[in-house]
Design a binder for this molecule. Structure first.
Ligand code: ADP
Ligand code: F6P
Length: 331
C-alpha cells in the first residue's frame, strides 16, 4: 500500500511496443491531470529511467496520439535494470524526481521490473501492453487486437496469390513463446494447419500427409499459420516442397504486426486501463497490475500475476481443428 499521498506520477512504456500504448499513456496523463496530479513521462522504458530522460507532461502533449501506433515515449529493453544495482538506481531516480507512483506499460518482463521497484518503496502499477496476449492474469493485452487484425489482413493477401499459383504457404506470425496470435489468425483466416508451441507435436510427416490429402480433395492452396515460437518457416517450406512436390513459400510477417493505427478496441481498453492505473495509485495501491477478466477491468497483486500460468483454451483448440477442411473424426 502507498504510505504517503500521491502528488506526482510517472509513466513509461517498456519491452516490445504495441498499438494502443499511446492511448494508455494519454489516459494516464489526462486522468492524472484531471485528479490534480503532476504527471511525468519517462522516455525509453527503464533505460530512460536510469538515464533520467524524464519530462513533465501536459494535456496537450498527448493530443493527436490516440490514433497513432508505436509509443510516443519510445521503449527499450534494458539489461542493467535486471540487476539489483540498476533497480536501486531506478528507485533513487524516482525519489529524486519526486515520482510517488509509476505506471509501467509493458509485458511480464516489464512487470518483473515494476515488482522490484515496488519492493524498493516506489508505488507501481502495471498495465498489460503486448501483442503476444501472453500475460496470464488478463484475457486482454494492449495491442493484440490490432496486431491480430493486421496479421489477418496480410494472410488474406498471401492466400490470394497462394491460390492463384496453387501453392502451399507457410505464414509465420509473432508471439514470442506463445501461440495466441497464430491460433486466432488460424481461425480467422481459415488456415488448413495451425502450428503453435503449446500444441505442435513436430510430426512433420502428418503435416505433409495433410497437404497431400487436401490437394487430392481439390484444395487449391494450403495455408499453414506457424507461430514464431516454432519458427524455421523457410526450412520447413523447403522440406514440404521436397516431400509433396507442391511449390511452397514461407512468409514471415515480422515487425509489421507491431505497427499501425490501433483498433477501436485497443484504443478504448487501453484508455480504461491507463485511467484505472492512476485511480489505483490514488487509492493508495502499489505492486498491482491491471487486467481484464470476465467482462470487467480488475487488478491483481503483481507477485500473484507473475506466478499465474496461461494455457490455450482446449475447447477453442478442438473447435478450431474441427473447422479445418481436412478434419477427420477422432483424428
Ligand atoms: P516484456 O515487458 O514485453 O515482457 P521484456 O521481457 O523484454 O519485455 O522486458 C522488458 C524490460 O523489463 C527488460 O529489458 C528489463 O529492463 C525489464 N525486466 C525484465 N525482466 C526483469 C526482471 N526479472 N527484473 C527486473 N527487470 C526486468
Ligand atoms: O513481445 C512482442 C514481440 O513482438 C514478440 O512477438 C517478438 O518475439 C518480440 O517482441 C520481437 O522483439 P524485437 O522487436 O526485439 O525483435
Amino acid at each position: 500500500m502507498a504510505e504517503k499521498e500521491i502528488k506526482t506520477i510517472g509513466v513509461l512504456t517498456s519491452g516490445g511496443d504495441a498499438p494502443g500504448m499511446n492511448a494508455a499513456i494519454r489516459a494516464v496523463v489526462r486522468r492524472g491531470l484531471s485528479k490534480g496530479l503532476n504527471v511525468k513521462g519517462i522516455y525509453k522504458g527503464y533505460a530512460g529511467l536510469l538515464n533520467e530522460e524524464i519530462v513533465d507532461m501536459t494535456a496537450k502533449d498527448v493530443s493527436d496520439t490516440i490514433e497513432r501506433g508505436g509509443t510516443i515515449l519510445y521503449t527499450a529493453r534494458c539489461a542493467e535494470f535486471r540487476t539489483e544495482d540498476g533497480q536501486r538506481q531506478g528507485a533513487e531516480v524516482c525519489r529524486k524526481h519526486g515520482i510517488d507512483g509509476l505506471v509501467v506499460i509493458g509485458g511480464d518482463g516489464s512487470f518483473a521490473g515494476a515488482q522490484k521497484l515496488a519492493n524498493l518503496g516506489v508505488n507501481t502499477i502495471g498495465v498489460p501492453g503486448t501483442i503476444d496476449l501472453d500475460i496470464a492474469c488478463t484475457e486482454y493485452t494492449i495491442g493484440f487486437d490490432t496486431a491480430v487484425n493486421t496479421a489477418m489482413d496480410a494472410i488474406d493477401k498471401v492466400r490470394d496469390t497462394s491460390t492463384s499459383h496453387e501453392r502451399c504457404s507457410i505464414i509465420e506470425v509473432m508471439g514470442r513463446r506463445a501461440g495466441y496470435l497464430a491460433l486466432w489468425c488460424g481461425i480467422a483466416n481459415g488456415a488448413e494447419d495451425i502450428l503453435i508451441p503449446e500444441k505442435y507435436d513436430y510430426d512433420e510427416q502428418r503435416l505433409i500427409n495433410n497437404i497431400i490429402d487436401s490437394r487430392k480433395k481439390g484444395k487449391k492452396h494450403h495455408i499453414i499459420v506457424n507461430a514464431e515460437g516454432i519458427g524455421h518457416s523457410e526450412a520447413m517450406a523447403k522440406r514440404i516442397e521436397a516431400a509433396t512436390g507442391i511449390e511452397t513459400r514461407a512468409t514471415i510477417l515480422g515487425h509489421m504486426q507491431r505497427g499501425g493505427s490501433p483498433t477501436c478496441k485497443d484504443r478504448v481498453y487501453a484508455s480504461m486501463m491507463g485511467a484505472m492505473a492512476v485511480d489505483l495509485l490514488l487509492e493508495g495501491k502499489s505492486c498491482r497490475v491491471v487486467g481484464y477478466r470476465h467482462g470487467a477491468f480488475v487488478d491483481f497483486d503483481i507477485n500473484e500475476a507473475l506466478a499465474m500460468q496461461k494455457s490455450v483454451d482446449e475447447y477453442q483448440w478442438e473447435v478450431c481443428n474441427s473447422l479445418s477442411h481436412n478434419y477427420k473424426k477422432n483424428n
